[in-house]
Design a protein around this ligand. Structure first.
Ligand code: C5J
Length: 233
């Protein structure tokens, strides 16, 4: 941000508009990994239609580009486990009847294992070297990670949250963040689910009851707020 006069933006959101100080705001992009987005990865082994998630890529890309231009802190997360599975609870690995289990060899390497091709972030949204990547073993970005320390270090109070999937890792992270005192604005078209109805309900749960977990805004509204604060400077 160039100076303090362009640091506050008003986002048209639900349940109500919210003013954010961009210098205290981070863009958090949840798990835009090949394992969730592409055929042959973890998401597909669970029986999901991974094409349902593609719609979030372009809106996230637009906000990511604007956030980079604005000098905002950008954090990417990746769900995955150590090669020896020491951070993967048996209750997670043994769950259900997937076609391949966590750690099994698949077409993009071992399923949901750190360092494998499937664990990596999709090329369209690939992190810059200067951006933060948080590896998480769970659904939430705070559990067993350095997320809290990173946000504290950078003086972050507000999170713009997007990624996949809406009702799983996005919702879990927002709930964790909300309990820790962060204002979360979830980017509605920058999230997606294998189940469109879960996406809708996931967003409704966040903004209901006066925004019990946070706010919901479109990528266009976030871009507009960033653009408007720039022109007011
Ligand atoms: C899931 C995630 N769905 N990133 N992970 O297992 O939402």
């Amino acid at each position: 941000m160039a100076n303090s006069s362009d640091s506050v933006g008003m986002i048209v959101a639900e349940p109500e508009p919210i003013a954010l100080d961009w210098t205290k705001t981070a863009l958090v992009i949840i798990d835009m990994q090949r394992d969730f987005m592409e055929p042959g990865g973890f998401g597909e082994t669970l029986g999901n239609d991974v094409s349902q998630l593609a719609r979030a890529v372009q809106p996230i890309g637009s906000v990511l580009s604007a956030a980079r231009d604005a000098g905002m802190l950008v954090i990417h997360t990746r769900e995955g486990h150590l090669p020896d599975l020491s951070d993967a609870p048996p209750a997670k690995v043994e769950r259900g009847a997937p076609s391949l289990r966590i750690g099994d060899p698949g077409p993009m390497g071992r399923i949901l294992i750190r360092g494998e091709a499937g664990h990596d972030i999709i090329p369209e949204l690939y992190p810059l070297d200067s951006e933060i990547v948080i590896d998480k073993p769970g659904k939430g970005a705070f559990y067993a990670t350095e997320m809290g320390d990173v946000l504290q270090k950078y003086g972050i109070e507000n999170l713009l949250v997007c990624g996949v999937t809406t009702e799983v890792c996005v919702n879990t992270t927002v709930r964790e963040a909300n309990d820790r005192g962060y204002r979360c604005v979830v980017i509605s078209d920058g999230c997606a689910s294998y189940f469109p109805e879960f996406h809708e309900m996931g967003l409704k749960m966040i903004k209901a009851q006066g925004g019990i977990f946070g706010w919901v805004a479109s990528s266009a509204a976030v871009l507009e707020a960033l653009e408007t604060s720039k022109t007011l400077a």
